[in-house]
Design a protein around this ligand. Structure first.
Ligand code: DON
Length: 580
């Protein structure tokens, strides 16, 4: 069984032309490719490739541009992770630019007098903000591996901020939806809504009307432009020291936040070793703790490796059942064993070993769902939120970048830094505010992810690269979606590797998700009613859910060139080739 799957997998990798008959096709390029969540930003990255930049230059330029054109998730005030396959060196690097808890943070800081978690404090206050990592991370990547200058990769973002860009339909809708939150902060209100001054009426005072941007109107962000200029001139010091640091500290001091200039000056974004796994002869490289993304993804692939999911069929009841039982086991370990490796020892080797997967596999029953209560934990259901953003880049030298960045919620905590033009993250909610109590994604986490000074909260972000059987770079992917990130990435890989789908079909196929708690199987539309009945008969409680994730992905072709797919679940995304 494993042999036939391995043969199929080799056929898929060896002959991409075979997949051309499928309903949807990736965008093709004879050179590099940039895929991100917003078309102008993807265009920025592709233009950087055309003028001789490499995959890192393009990824960093795209990420800074997303900070302008995708304010709900692109950011300067958040953090993220980056996986990089260095084509010429033929080796992988991972960069941790996750936000850190400020020095004065404490384990109990989100508990009220009754010992309950104060959700507003954990997600909407200045206390919800962790020390931002994006600027340090993006610049560290660019300085070490970029070919162009810092100024060259920042200029497009500066221009987009200062000259403005036409508001696209999804941004207009998203700002309208976030209005209650963004308009309650006077700074954010001025940044993202039109303030029209009515003429002064005879005998009366002029009145000011706040209204939504209409599609096609130009959104200019001059303060953000000035902040980007400062970063372009001074590098990370322009953000973590000096005027901007003072502005951020002043906001915090006035509004009850904890971050001060010392926290900002102490921020670092370290290079780390990627988590490494193998699946049917392919190598999978992903993000180690403090993201759970890589460990949990590799654990899932190990658990699923011997099952013949290709024979069982894409999204058949049997395939979904097997994946979901594995997901619950992997999330159990995720929630209790993982945390920030700078502050504790994390058993990454054990959790990602084939032997460990073998020891857990007997817990997957083929005929029956194992209720979560028999495995561990507790929690309510998260609502789907649309924030975090993932971009993938391929270049002509065979380099790949997978980069996921976030403010946590859409527009973070909705609070902007006065005079600086950017929003703050609410990443502190990714910590365990109280053991056993779910966070915004329904994740019930343990003591290892408790809040502590300088600690980085556990993440689910999973920027991931796959190398083919010869060890050559093949695919880059990743996704937003909170706790659903890891299962989204898993299914893109399984669809591509086992089920014979091309990259576009693999990204498009309906997804399922389970995370131990709540004991529930979430399904996107497109899973047939009779499949759903078969799953219910095995004991699964089904929940029809909104679209999960947005897996912007690229693939390098064996004969040169690349393919890209912007996940259609978020229609503002685009795959832009360096050349046709
Ligand atoms: O790091 C994490 O796991 C979360 N802060 C990511 C949030 C997210 O993906 C929301 N997106 N839809």
């Amino acid at each position: 069984m494993a042999v036939s799957a391995a043969l199929l997998c080799l056929a898929v990798l060896a002959n991409p032309l075979q997949e051309q008959g499928q309903r949807v096709q990736p965008v093709a390029s004879s050179a590099g490719m940039v895929v991100s969540q917003e078309a102008l930003a993807s265009g920025v990255g592709a233009a950087i490739l055309r003028r001789g930049g490499n995959a890192i230059d393009a990824a960093v330029a795209t990420a800074f541009a997303l900070g302008v054109t995708l304010p709900q998730a692109g950011n300067l005030g958040g953090g993220g992770f980056l996986l990089f396959w260095h084509g010429p060196q033929r080796r992988a690097y991972a960069l941790n630019f996750r936000e850190r808890a400020p020095r004065r943070a404490t384990a109990q800081m989100f508990l009220n007098g009754a010992g309950d978690v104060d959700r507003a404090k954990a997600t909407r206050s200045l206390l919800s903000t962790a020390v931002p990592g994006s600027v340090a991370g993006l610049l560290a990547a660019q300085e070490r591996f970029g070919r162009l200058s810092r100024q060259e990769v920042l200029t497009p973002a500066i221009e987009l901020a200062e000259r403005g860009f036409p508001v696209y339909p999804e941004l207009a809708a998203s700002l309208r939806q976030a209005a209650p939150q963004l308009q309650s902060d006077p700074t954010a209100k001025r940044l993202f809504f039109r303030i029209d001054s009515a003429p002064v009426t005879p005998g009366g005072r002029g009145s000011t009307g706040v209204r939504f941007y209409r599609v096609g109107e130009i959104l200019r962000q001059p303060q953000l432009g000035a902040t980007l200029r400062l970063i372009s001139h001074q590098g990370a010091a322009g953000f973590y020291r000096g005027r901007l640091a003072q502005q951020l500290e002043a906001l915090m001091a006035k509004g009850g936040g904890l971050i001060d200039r010392k926290d900002l000056a102490a921020y670092t974004a370290p290079w780390v070793e990627p988590v490494r796994g193998s699946f049917r002869g392919l190598t999978v490289l992903s993000m180690p703790p403090p993201s759970s993304g890589g460990v949990t993804l590799v654990q899932l692939l190990n658990l699923l490796e011997p099952f013949d999911l290709a024979l069982a069929g894409l999204n058949s009841a049997s395939t979904i059942h097997t994946m979901v039982e594995a997901m619950n086991l992997a999330y159990r370990d995720r929630n209790s064993e993982l945390g920030d490796p700078d502050q504790m020892t994390i058993p990454v080797e054990r959790l990602t070993s084939k032997a460990y997967a073998e020891s857990l596999r007997p817990l997957i029953r083929s005929d029956r769902h194992t209720p979560s209560a028999q495995l561990a934990g507790l929690a309510p259901l998260p609502s789907n939120s649309t924030n975090t953003t993932h971009l993938s880049v391929a270049d002509r030298q065979g380099s790949l970048v997978a980069l996921t960045t976030t403010l946590n919620f859409a527009y973070g905590n909705g609070i902007a830094v006065p005079g600086a033009g950017f929003l703050l993250n609410n990443e502190m909610d990714d910590f365990t505010a109280k053991p056993g109590v779910a966070n915004a994604y329904g994740l019930v986490q343990g003591e290892r992810n408790a809040i502590a000074p300088g600690r980085r909260p556990l993440s689910s972000m999973a920027p991931t690269l796959v190398l083919n059987a010869e060890g050559s770079p093949w695919l880059a992917t990743g996704s937003p979606g909170g706790s659903r990130i890891i299962t989204t990435v898993l299914q893109v890989l399984l669809n591509r590797i086992l089920h014979g789908l091309n990259l576009a079909s693999a990204v498009l196929a309906p997804r399922v998700h389970s995370q131990l708690w709540p004991d529930q199987l979430s399904l996107e539309e497109g899973i047939s009613p009779d499949t759903q009945r078969l799953l219910e008969a095995r004991g699964h409680q089904l929940l029809r859910t909104a679209a999960m994730g947005s897996a912007n992905s690229v693939e390098l072709l064996p004969a040169g060139g690349s393919l890209g797919v912007a996940d259609p679940r978020r229609p503002e995304g685009a795959a832009v080739p360096e050349r046709p």
